[in-house]
Ligand binder design. Structure first.
Ligand code: CP
Length: 322
């Protein structure tokens, strides 16, 4: 894959947080904070993306990521096209590359793409025009970079520094692109105490999440944690999910108020969504005083604005003159 940065060090594409420096992540988070508006406040309206066309190509379901990329682009003055995954010509056999070339011919400048196929964003980076950028909105089980950024933005607004934080990620880590990207962002920002907590079958392969402690009992994994991040079981990525019993899973791994008392008293409860209440988390915890789940959603718009603005600033150097 080509570098995600251009020769001047500007962000050109974003498909993974691997290899991105702490200063770059911090600059994106700082910019995102300047864009953040609380629900009820007037949304930021800017012109950073004036003259830019953003194409959202979601070939897997999404509520949060798709809506927030759309809002983020429009709030910065972009034109946006949202391709409907069910009615695009990919369903008639058109290759992904031909879809991209078709939209490039319509002056699309930024492709935001979610797909179940591993390697697709990297492949597109190698084939798009020099003035075009690719942003991953979720790549198979591998990477969800803007989710990783919004997660660390949420943690940062409550707890600093990252070094010394105890972070537990609980649930289907094996199939989770969120866990991989958030763990990467945390490591880059200095967190060393990461715990991955799951039944043996849902823990990551040995060698992944290097440095993380592995737990098969939630009570052990979340003890004293400053952050408890719960994950959905991703049945869509499992060959055999029928054997999983939601009620039994909740009994052994669900985050209840009683279990949360094992974590630090001011522990943040996080979840990337979509949540399955009564499976990985109880409703009273999801809606309780420790929960920052809706804050994560709010930060998602700001982070995507910051990423789009940073990429547009770089693209400006590569665009064709009139
Ligand atoms: N967290 C996340 O990616 O949610 P969506 O699938 O709704 O976009």
């Amino acid at each position: 894959m080509q570098s995600q940065l251009d020769d001047a060090g500007g962000l050109r594409h974003l498909v993974t947080l691997e290899g991105l420096a702490r200063d770059l992540l911090t600059a994106i988070l700082d910019r995102a904070e300047s864009y953040r508006r609380l629900p009820g406040q007037p949304a930021y309206e800017g012109r950073e993306l004036a003259g830019v066309t953003v194409a959202n190509l979601f070939f897997e379901p999404s509520t949060r990521t798709r809506a927030s990329f759309d809002l983020a682009a429009r709030r910065l003055g972009a034109q946006v096209v949202n391709l409907d995954m069910h009615s695009s010509s990919r369903a008639k056999g058109e290759t992904m590359l031909d879809t991209i070339y078709t939209l490039e011919a319509m002056n699309a400048d930024v492709f935001v793409i979610r797909d179940s196929e591993a390697g697709l964003p990297e492949y597109l980076i190698d084939h798009v025009a020099p003035h075009v950028s690719v942003i991953s909105a979720g790549e198979a089980h591998l990477s969800h970079p803007t989710q990783g950024l919004l997660d660390v933005m949420t943690i940062r607004s409550h707890k600093r520094p990252f070094a010394g934080l105890k972070v537990a990620i609980v649930g289907d880590i094996r199939h989770s692109r969120v866990a991989r990207s958030t763990a990467r962002a945390l490591a880059t920002l200095g967190t060393t105490d990461l715990r991955v907590v799951a039944p043996e079958s849902l823990l990551p392969a040995e060698g992944e999440f290097r440095g993380a402690q592995r737990f098969t009992r939630i009570e052990d994994g979340i003890a004293g944690a400053d952050v408890v991040m719960m994950l959905r079981i991703q049945k869509e990525r499992m060959a055999e999910s029928a054997a999983l019993d939601d009620a039994a899973y909740f009994r052994s791994y669900g985050l209840t108020a009683a279990r949360l008392r094992l974590a630090a008293p001011d522990a943040l409860v996080m979840h990337p969504g979509p949540m399955n209440r009564g499976v990985e988390i109880s409703s009273d915890v999801a809606d309780g005083p420790n929960s920052v789940i809706r804050e994560q959603v709010n930060n998602g718009v700001a982070v995507r604005m910051a990423v789009l603005a940073a990429i547009t600033a770089t693209l400006t150097r590569h665009r064709r003159p009139l």
